[in-house]
Ligand binder design. Structure first.
Ligand SMILES: [Zn+2]
Length: 163
């Protein structure tokens, strides 16, 4: 199916839950279980149910849930953006962001502030219907978020750019 472009304004972006951590060994989802300041994972200890052990090494991906207002507020739409789309928008991979968060945990809030209210073009596609699976509630999958304002700068380049 051909991609559809939606002109939208982002109403809600849950940046706090947009990082998805997977076990570096088996690539299954890991869960945060306890605080431990010694670990690189920002003090959180992770447990892999598949390997049945605590893990300190993981691979991170983005999975950003959005609520957007499409076409001048005529329609409210739920959307999801996966790893590539978010990486490109933020100019930063999920693994890199995990590292940055160790230094500045407030980054997620900054990202959220930046995203909410953002006018953008969403390159979307329909989720393929899987047999036997309940179709998700009209959530569109967004391949790319293109800010309508060409002056938009992701949170991360700002610090590196010369002023
Ligand atoms: Zn594992």
């Amino acid at each position: 199916m051909a991609p559809t472009i939606l002109h939208a304004v982002i109403l809600q972006a849950t940046s706090r839950s947009m990082i998805f951590r997977k076990c570096a060994e088996c690539t299954n989802k890991i869960i945060g279980v306890a605080q431990n300041v010694e670990l690189r994972s920002a003090g959180v200890l992770y447990y892999c149910p598949e390997c049945d052990k605590d893990v300190d090494k993981y691979k991170a991906n983005y999975d950003l849930q959005l609520i957007v207002s499409v076409s001048n507020g005529q329609k409210i739409q739920q959307a999801v953006v996966y790893d590539e789309g978010v990486s490109r928008l933020l100019g930063c991979s999920a693994d890199k962001l995990c590292e940055l968060l160790l230094e500045s945990p407030a980054l997620l809030d900054e990202i959220e502030e930046k995203l909410i209210g953002l006018r953008c073009h969403l390159v979307t596609r329909q989720e393929k219907k899987k047999k036997g699976k309940k179709p998700s509630n009209n959530v569109v999958i967004v391949d790319a978020i293109i800010p309508a304002d060409p002056r938009f700068r992701p949170v991360f380049v700002e610090n590196e750019e010369e002023t």
